[in-house]
Ligand binder design. Sequence first.
Ligand code: G3P
Ligand code: CA
Length: 263
Amino acid sequence: VTQVEAADHRTKVVDVAHRGASGYAPEHTITSYKMGERLHGDYIEIDLQMTKDGKLIAMHDETVDRTTDGTGRVKDLTLEQIKQLDAGSWFNEKYPQYANEDYAGLKVPTLEEIFKRFGNHRNYYIETKAPDIYPGMEEELLRLVDKYRINKRTLLIQSFSKESLLRVKELDASIKLVQLLSYKEAAVATDAEIAAWKEYAVGIGPNFTYLDQNYVQKVVKSGLQLHPYTVNETADMKRLIDWGVTGMFTNFPDRLHQLLKEQ
Ligand code: G3P
Ligand code: CA
């Protein structure tokens, strides 16, 4: 029984290290994921993009521009080209208070490298990004999950794309899915929406800003997991916990860990 499975029984609030401990280190690098582990994140959160030659890499954006020293769309670059890029120096420039010379020159990791490095006892929370422009990304993801014997009892696959989640379900019905949502105004979950999510997902991941207590209680009472993103301030974490969320995505997993310890 892993930490998260045990936690399920105590209904511990799940601490998801969003892009790793990305408040402290360059997002989606092995360094950031390691820090997430050290700062007590229960899950490593990974966004996936796919290279021109069909390799899954960890990156949030569809272009390499923001988080590397290169330019261009991931789908137009080979893995070899992406491996030339520096995925750490931008962080030192943007966040001088957390800068570290070891971050300069960090590489963009492939999903395969992440699985090799962290093994099959870690808990992964993996997002299919832009599945419309990457046909076959779900197949490749599940091929690697199987190759590295990733623990499917704790693995969560998330997406804003319902189609992508249904594709995963079609390929492997045993995988737990989380539907991401992006509200632009006060969030409401109707009975019909909740029933529709429950058809294929174990939970939902909405942006936290427009939630209220009614929404949280209604969703959680229905039996769905509720993991809002991206919650970085302790006061927001506390409010969401009081309302009853079952976990959350944070760039600062240590803050959530500390709060949960105090409760
Ligand atoms: O996956 C949860 C959250 O990360 C969704 O938003 O844009 O940060 O991937 P984004
Ligand atoms: Ca994400």
